[in-house]
Design a protein around this ligand. Sequence first.
Ligand SMILES: [Zn+2]
Length: 581
Amino acid sequence: MTTTAPRDEQLWSRCDGCASLLYRKRLRRNLDVCPECGSHARLDAPDRVAQLTDPDSFVPLPDPAARVDPIGFVDELPYPHRLAAARAATGLDEAVLCGTARLGGHPVALAVMDFRFLGGSLGCAVGELITRTAERALADGVPLVLVTASGGARMQEGALSLMQMATVSQALAGMREAGLLTVSVVTDPTYGGVAASFATNTDLVLAESGARLGFAGPRVIRQVTGAKLPEGFQTAEYLLRHGQVDMVVPRHALRGRLAALLAAADSGRRAPETAPAPRPATASTVTARPDRDPWETVRTARHPGRPTTLDYLETAFDGFVELHGDRLGADCTAVVGGIARLDGRPVMVIGHQKGHTTAELVTHNFGMASPAGHRKALRLMRLAARLRLPVVTLVDTPGADPGVSAEQQGQAAAIAENILALTVLPTPVVAVVTGEGGSGGALAFAVADRVLMLEHAVYSVISPEGCAAILWPDSSAAPQAARALRLTGADLCRLGVVDELVPEPRPAAHADPGGAAELLRRAVAANLAPLLTVPPATLVRRRRQRFRRFGAARSAGPSPAGTSAASPPAASPAGGRAEVA
Ligand SMILES: [Zn+2]
């Protein structure tokens, strides 16, 4: 915001976004967000601290930063002159304000950068202060929140400012090892060495609306490449689409969103409460009607009215905060994940998302995860383990995305990595097959301590159509293949692949989504409770034993001769598309 004239400075501001003349007090009440166009004006560090923390809770770190001029830098002015001018103009010692505070009642350590101070540049003193803040967080056992606003490393301190990227990152590594949450709040602008270190290597990255983040700035990129930059390049929304940030949050919602995330991390830190005695790990009380044709179950499992993962997150869980992105270049819409509460306990929920209408199905790629989807899931699973949050997966996919670009981006390796990671994940994992459990794409979410299945869900090595196309004369034999594959819950309980069937309202979940959600909630809670008190090492050992036993052949009656676990490459894409078309 620019002031109109010195005389009116305190009264009126002109919005940089829409040029509206705004009454200054009204603008301040609105957290410096233009009420006309929503443009977020830059905040200085003291204002930011005041907006984010609980009243009177902020306590600055005790020792101020040392005043340094490590290389005796001089351009038109000696560096110490520039520092002195920045201090006089901002009233700050350095380009960051650090301390401890409470946020939504949760204790945190907090470092907030100030762009007014030499462009928020990262010098030795800034690096030192942020490092001390992280060390304080580690010592106190509390989360760390970093609010970034920076043009990058401070040139006037030479290579020593470059070293700060490593110094601060190392402090964040300590937080990670201790299982303490780190969050960066990226504000406008965040570039260069700050973007390439602590703005992005935290557990969670929130971008404030209107923020831009990048390694190289647009001017440099244009100069070097001569390329025309895409619309919205490096904006918060662009970063979200490209998997770089977990969420874009308007300023008004920032404090509440941070408080919700801190609450989840806080619960993971607390010792698990005494859980009820473990329930015997027997197959469910639900027995599928023997007269029901498995092909009918396949059709029910694919019913467009069947509740999706987002439906269950709305109904069976509370307070879902969605986390986005694989941090590598994409955010897959076929996979949704984030922190939610189940009976008051924070859990990481990750699931495939389909949809009810054709438009929704297309938006979510029919629940077929890309490699980015598997990598997002993996990122969230590992984050859950670090924060000691249990993982609940909801499996509903015809299979992993069989497209060309998925192959180019390493679909097979992405699935393989998830399976491997889940076998050693040191936190409880409960998987529920809610609809279709298709092939490796399903297993990538279902290497779990307890594997549940909804009464009318199916779980299979290949779709019946795909199987029919390979082993029968043509795909019209899908109903026969469905019978042969033993893909219903009752069959899979007998085989030990599934531990328990979750009953559905009559005739099936699509007829009463609310009732289905309640049954799912109860089943997940009951299966999770006994796992919460098991030490992580024991949990992992038992999970590995659970899957080790499948190495010994078990028989469930006749099966088509020559059945292969792997499908020829040609069959999968057609089968995958056909079954949801
Ligand atoms: Zn405006």
